[in-house]
Structure formats: structure tokens, C-alpha cells
Design a protein around this ligand. Structure first.
Ligand code: MV4
Length: 450
């Protein structure tokens, strides 16, 4: 096992990894920008290294500074956390080239899943069900037309280098196709420097359901159930729950088995998440994330498995601490993401926190780096806290979540807490009757949707 790990991240995920290391008796190295000198992850780590200026490009994305920090502190492994360099195959390669261990999947899988065309090819080969669409990239308008005629309108043009919703265009009929094709291409070129696009049948209002998978270097593979992530606005998830209120036990067992078998077929290593669109009882693979996810705590809550500890174990060559047969799904969990943002404009509201009071009691977990007097920098994303609640049933979980949200105090800046307080009292949330358009259409009807 590693003696010392460097955590190449900040915020709640840096604390999350730090806590796993502490539970395992592993020493920690925090890195921070000049804007994060007073950050909680720096205070709680055994050692810390300043790696650059506030701008992420000069600090949390600064590969030479991160490698230097690991080398001078004698860290043996680097955990990339979430975001930043967590899905950067070049970084994983540089880490390995310096004799350090990247706590994450193999480079080939990070590379394959980063290219959405290659991701679909890999997924299809591994037996995952796909949205009907082009076999690979679409070369020109003529090919787009032929493919669209074959699969039927409406169709969606997507960027191979995209993901997270950027560079997508819908064509409702052949009349729209030329415009959608060329604007998707030029947007992709501008956003990613790559105008490779592909085509899929457009699903009108699916749910977003993802499956957590995990594999070690000894041939042990497991799925840890699904997370329902449909409550989102502009591709920012607000609330996630496990299990999904939409699935029957039979559907859950089937898609879990398919995902685990695909994980094995790929020769995948470590923690991964397969994202599916779910509509009319069918699952359609769209993307795979080759990292820990922000919403991982709800899976931890219903399985009792520490996903970060497992990641570290796997990276050190140890086997999974459980087998698929030993995984038990227990009760229901919901995560609310609390952002420092304006309730209607959704613009960030950085500044100094006056009062912070976290909720507590049975079934409540808070992953946050806030403290009273902490100054939230304006340089990073606005996620400031995650409130994760577990209950015996979905209704029990919602009751506990309602009380947990009502206990929470964050002043003086506006946050998304008030929106969550309304959401937990909403009839559609109570019944689980929502899909990916629900929040924008029914809850924020005055917002500009994209
Ligand atoms: C789709 C889709 C409908 N049909 N693909 C958006 C982000 C990217 N990960 C994939 N996305 C979508 N792909 C087909 N063929 C609708 C979306 C989509 C979406 C997906 C998951 C969660 C939220 C979403 C919000 C808008 C659109």
C-alpha cells in the first residue's frame, strides 16, 4: 500500500480523498493555488504545496507543478479527484512516466472514453445497448442525410470531443439537417478544436440513469447499482438519487449485469460510470466517465462501500474488498448539490461566508469545505456543499432530507439551498415523475432554456 498520496484537486473532493487516506493510515499532500491558501483541504492535509496562481490553468491544471510537488514530498501516487485533470490521459501518462501511480483507470480507457465516437465503438463491442445512430464519425452532409433517413428523424448531431452537452444540434426533419450539421461542426471546431461529429436518433424526453462499475487487477468486477441524475439544468445536476424511482427490480438487475459484463469485456480497471438515456423501458449508452463522480456518495450510502478506499486499493494492486454477490442495496439516498449561486440568474455568488451550520442527525452526511469566515474564491466552480441523506425508503429519505435542508445555514450569499427546499416539497419529486426536461420546464419556466 502507498505511504503517501498527493491529492491533485481542491474543494469537497480534495477533502473526500483526504479522509479516505486518513482512514487508511496514508499520509497526504495537498496542493493549492494562491487563492486557496486558507482552504480546508490545505488545513487538514499532512503537508501542502503551493502550485501556482489562482487561475486553474496555472495551478490545478499545471502538470509540471503537480509532478514537482509529488516528487519533492515523496508521494508515491496521485489522486486526481473530479474535474481538472481527472480524465486527462496525458496527465495519467506523465504521472506514470515519473514512476508515480495515477489513481484511476488505464490510459487506454481514459483515451477511448474521451472520444465519444470511440467510446460508443468500445461500448458496442462490449455488448452495451446504444442509441440508434451512425457507426462512427460522419464525414459529410451526404452521409448525414443517408444515416438520418435510415434511423429516422428527429436526429441529434453530436461532437466527438464533446460531452456534457456542448456542441449538440437537433434536426427535426431533412430540411433542418444541413443547418444542424454545419453549425454542430463549426461549434465543435470552435469549442474543442475538432470538428468530428456523429449522429444519433434524438430521444425527446428520456431520463439520465448511470451505472457505477468497478474492477480490480485480479479479474474481480462488480456493478454498484444505478444513480438517477435527471434533475438538472443546463447539464448541471442539482439532485441525484439511488436507486432510480423509475426502475423495476428486474430492470435494475438486468442493466447492472450488462454493465458489469461490459466492464469485464473491456478489461477496464478501477472505478467507472456508464451513462445511459432511459426511455420507454429501454437503456441507451451515451458516454462513460473514467473517474470518481460528484454524486458517488449516494452509491456509498446504499451499498456501505467506500468508493475512494476501493480506488486506492485497486491502484495499489489489492483486490476489491467485496464480490458482486456480497453487494447489498440498502434503502434510498438523495444528494443535493449546494452551489454559491443566484437563485434565478444562476450566476456565481462568491464571497466570505459569515455563518455556516451543517445539518446532522441519523442518515445525514455533509461533504463540504466551508467554515464560518471562509472566503469562497471566484476562480473555481460554485459547488460549496453536498448534503447526502439516507433513509429506509424513498419517503423516509425525503422526510430526512426536508429536515436536513431546513437545518442548514449558509450566510450571507444566496445559494441553491432555497431551490432545494422547494424541490423536496414538490409533488413530482415526491412521486419520482420527472425526466431530463422536468426542472427547466416545470420548475424554472421563466428561465432561458438551451
Ligand atoms: C442525447 C439526448 C437525446 N437523444 N442523445 C446531453 C449531454 C450529453 N452527455 C448527452 N446529452 C444528451 N444526449 C440523444 N440521442 C439528450 C441529451 C441531454 C441530456 C442527457 C443527460 C442529462 C441531461 C440532458 C439534458 C439535455 C440533453
Amino acid at each position: 500500500m502507498f505511504k503517501k498520496i498527493l491529492i491533485a484537486n481542491r474543494g469537497d473532493v480534495a477533502l473526500r480523498v483526504l479522509r479516505a487516506c486518513q482512514d487508511m493510515g496514508i499520509a497526504t499532500v495537498a496542493v493549492h493555488s494562491t487563492a486557496d491558501t486558507d482552504a480546508m483541504h490545505v488545513r487538514l492535509a499532512d503537508e501542502s504545496v503551493c502550485i501556482g496562481e489562482a487561475a486553474s490553468a496555472q495551478s490545478y491544471l499545471n502538470i509540471p507543478a503537480l509532478i514537482s510537488a509529488a516528487t519533492i514530498t515523496g508521494a508515491e501516487a496521485i489522486h486526481p479527484g473530479v474535474g481538472f485533470l481527472s480524465e486527462n490521459a496525458d496527465f495519467a501518462g506523465v504521472v506514470a512516466a515519473h514512476g508515480l501511480t495515477f489513481i484511476g483507470p488505464r490510459i487506454e480507457h481514459i483515451t477511448a472514453m474521451g472520444d465519444k465516437v470511440e467510446a460508443k465503438r468500445t461500448a458496442a463491442k462490449a455488448g452495451l445497448p446504444l442509441v440508434p445512430g451512425s457507426e462512427g464519425a460522419i464525414a459529410d452532409l451526404d452521409e448525414a442525410r443517408k444515416t438520418a433517413d435510415k434511423i429516422g428523424y428527429p436526429v441529434l448531431i453530436k461532437a466527438a470531443s464533446g460531452g456534457g452537452g456542448r456542441g449538440m444540434k437537433v434536426a427535426n426533419s431533412q430540411d433542418d439537417l444541413a443547418e444542424a450539421f454545419s453549425s454542430a461542426r463549426s461549434e465543435a471546431k470552435a469549442a474543442f478544436g475538432d470538428d468530428t461529429v456523429y449522429l444519433e436518433r434524438y430521444l425527446d424526453n428520456p431520463r439520465h440513469i448511470e451505472i457505477q462499475v468497478i474492477a480490480d487487477a485480479h479479474g474481480n468486477v462488480a456493478h454498484l447499482g444505478e444513480r438517477e441524475c435527471s434533475v438538472q439544468r443546463r447539464h448541471q445536476k442539482l439532485l441525484e438519487e439511488a436507486p432510480s424511482p423509475a426502475l423495476t427490480p428486474k430492470e435494475r438487475a438486468e442493466i447492472g449485469k450488462i454493465a458489469a459484463e461490459a466492464t469485464r469485456a473491456m478489461g477496464y480497471l478501477g472505478l467507472g460510470t456508464m451513462e445511459f438515456l432511459y426511455e420507454d423501458g429501454g437503456f441507451f449508452f451515451i458516454e462513460m466517465n473514467t473517474r470518481l463522480q460528484v454524486e458517488h456518495p449516494i452509491t456509498e450510502a446504499i451499498t456501505g462501500i467506500d468508493l475512494v478506499v476501493e480506488q486506492i486499493n485497486i491502484a495499489s494492486g489489492a483486490p476489491l474488498s467485496f464480490t458482486q454477490d456480497e453487494v447489498r442495496f440498502n434503502g434510498h439516498a438523495i444528494e443535493c448539490r449546494i452551489n454559491a449561486e443566484h437563485p434565478t440568474s444562476f450566476l456565481p455568488t462568491p464571497g466570505t461566508v459569515k455563518d455556516f451550520h451543517a445539518p446532522g442527525g441519523p442518515g445525514v452526511r455533509v461533504d463540504s469545505f466551508l467554515y464560518s469566515g471562509y472566503r469562497i474564491p471566484s476562480d473555481y466552480d460554485s459547488l460549496i456543499a453536498k448534503i447526502i441523506v439516507h433513509g429506509d425508503t424513498r419517503a423516509h429519505c425525503l422526510a430526512r432530507l426536508t429536515r436536513a435542508l431546513d437545518e442548514t445555514i449558509i450566510t450571507p450569499m444566496p445559494t441553491s439551498l432555497d431551490l432545494h427546499r422547494l424541490l423536496v416539497r414538490d409533488a413530482d419529486i415526491a412521486s419520482g415523475a420527472y425526466s431530463i426536461r422536468w426542472l427547466e420546464e416545470n420548475f424554472l419556466p421563466n428561465q432561458q432554456n438551451d
